[in-house]
Design a protein around this ligand. Structure first.
Ligand SMILES: Nc1ncnc2c1ncn2[C@@H]1O[C@H](COP(=O)(O)OP(=O)(O)OP(=O)(O)O)[C@@H](O)[C@H]1O
Ligand SMILES: [Mg+2]
Length: 507
């Protein structure tokens, strides 16, 4: 009989220069088990995963698979050992279709070999194998003929999972797989982890969404500061105990108390539209108000804020800030009027990864300050203050942002935008990838900035976040505002209702 224990990590230690990222980690994974990995931003979750996937070496410790010590020197060795990692930044070939991606490196030729130099590819068999994994193993149906770049993020993720199954992976690792997914897509992923469990494989699942973790996992491992502080079956823990183990105390109040907005209108959108994207969107934003935009992906919420910021030119209606109209499609015009936008995709649009934390937080200020009297030491102090108030985990403000953990990068980006003190700040998915304690800190920063006069537009797929953080919520559906809700009197069900109200719509 096969060993029940599939993976053991013993005494794993890892340093990055002066950072002691992993301090003697022990981890055991059984066949048929889904293990949840939880911990604050910077606790060391991704580092464990990168060691397992062969991206990083370790300083000390040993890894056993099926009771046999193994050496995971590089990503290829990791795959050969049956470990497959689904990263957030997907590793598919965008121009190839799903079949070619799933069988990449394991193509089948007509003469039965894997070398297409000698014999042409047996496309029919390749398609059959890909389809078999997708339908029989994963229970899904996606278009196999189009380049995967045309698929949705969720579908791409599924292609990655199918690829790992085709490679006979036994250990599937997912680092924050649902952060960018919608609720139905999440459910589908949960169903897939169930199938993995039933087939005797094992899953390591990293997420900051604790409700989700207790639903999906059999066992949770809580990390704090590079150490494993608890490993327990989920049946024996509550979300509250997980939080207190994770942060060393109770969370306290998650959402800060809001100050009512001033009544003075700062931004006015009048019958705004972009051909083919959204139509007839009108609303007013008051000074000190936090306005939420809800709705499914593709409903238009992201297009509206991008039109306001000038990324997408609007061709109907108008927007004014402080009574002055904005020019369609002009980012510089929006900036000059005092509008800022923090994009959802921090890696490609937001941060300079090779630059320091200080540089990233204060860049916008320092370009302005060339003509003013702001001194570098002031910028450093300001960056340091944000680092403390938002618990950005870094050795100092001089550390490169690229060396920070995912959640800490997100916090650095938000600090930078708050630091610019715009009149209107648009935040897209402000707490994606952020741990629960840091979320509370971010909400406090936003509410404080609003009380001091900044107005916010928050776009988020997380309804509880909109309800807790915002004064008012606009729900978008099919490119139109379907409802305007007072956040203090509505609930997540109502938001969901207006998000999907019409039936029979194909998306
Ligand atoms: N390549 C690197 N160079 C230097 N330091 C690093 C590197 N990768 C990670 N670290 C540091 O190691 C620690 C652990 O980071 P890790 O990415 O494992 O955290 P995490 O638990 O995944 O956090 P998050 O929830 O934010 O994703 C952090 O202090 C981080 O700054
Ligand atoms: Mg991480």
């Amino acid at each position: 009989m096969e060993n029940k224990t599939l993976l053991q990590m013993r005494g794993i230690d890892k340093h990055f220069g002066a950072t002691h990222a992993l301090k003697g980690i022990d981890l055991t994974l059984e066949r048929g088990e889904v293990l949840g990995l939880i911990g604050e931003n910077g606790a060391g979750k991704s580092t464990i995963i990168k060691i397992l996937s062969g991206a990083y070496g370790m300083d000390a410790g040993e890894i056993l698979i099926d009771g046999v010590p193994v050496n995971i020197g590089n990503p290829r060795a990791s795959q050969a050992l049956g470990i497959s990692t689904i990263y957030q930044e997907l590793t598919l070939f965008p121009d190839l279709n799903a079949v070619d991606n799933i069988l990449a490196g394991r193509e089948i030729c007509r003469d039965g070999t894997g070398s297409s130099l000698i014999s042409p590819l047996d496309r029919q068999r390749m398609r059959k194998e890909a389809r078999q994994i997708l339908t029989e193993e994963l229970g899904i149906d996606i278009d196999l003929t189009v380049p995967v770049r045309q698929l949705s993020l969720a579908e791409k993720q599924l292609v990655e999972i199918a690829r790992s199954l085709h490679s006979q992976a036994q250990i599937i690792i997912m680092d924050e797989p649902t952060e960018a997914l919608e609720s139905q897509e999440r459910e589908r992923l949960f169903a897939i982890t169930d199938r993995m469990r039933l087939s005797g494989r094992a899953v390591i699942y990293v997420s900051h969404l604790l409700d989700e973790l207790v639903k999906v996992c059999d066992k949770v491992m809580v990390m704090r500061d590079g150490a494993n502080v608890a490993t327990q079956p989920v049946s024996e823990v509550s979300v509250e105990t997980i939080i207190s183990k994770m942060i060393g105390r109770d969370l306290g109040q998650k959402y800060a108390d809001k100050t009512p907005p001033s009544g003075e209108v700062i931004l006015r959108a009048n019958r705004l539209g972009v051909n083919g994207r959204f139509d007839d969107v009108s609303f007013e934003l008051q000074k000190g108000e936090i306005l939420g935009f809800a709705g499914l992906d593709g409903a238009g919420k992201q297009d509206v804020v991008r039109a306001i910021y000038g990324v997408v030119p609007f061709n109907m209606g108008d927007i004014s800030v402080d009574g002055k109209s904005l020019t369609a499609g002009s980012i510089s015009g929006a900036k000059a009027a005092g509008v800022g936008l923090m994009p959802a995709d921090r890696k490609t649009e937001g941060l300079f990864l090779d630059k320091s934390l200080e540089w990233n937080i204060t860049i916008a200020e320092s370009t302005k300050s060339r003509s003013s009297s702001l001194r570098l030491s002031d910028l450093k102090a300001s960056a340091g203050a944000y680092m403390r108030s938002m618990s950005i985990r870094a050795r100092s403000v001089d550390q490169s942002v690229g060396d920070l953990s995912g959640g800490n990068q997100q916090k650095a980006m938000l600090a930078r935008w708050l630091q610019t003190k715009p009149k209107v700040l648009v935040l897209e998915e402000p707490t994606r990838g952020v741990d629960i304690k840091s979320k509370a800190e971010i909400y406090r920063q936003v509410v404080d900035a609003a009380a001091a006069g900044t107005s916010f537009i928050v776009v988020s797929a997380d309804s509880p976040e909109l309800l807790g953080l915002c004064h008012r919520i606009l729900v978008m559906h099919s490119g139109r505002v379907a409802a305007e809700l007072d956040a203090s009197t509505t609930d997540a069900e109502t938001i969901a209702y207006y998000s999907v109200q019409t039936t029979g719509e194909h998306r």
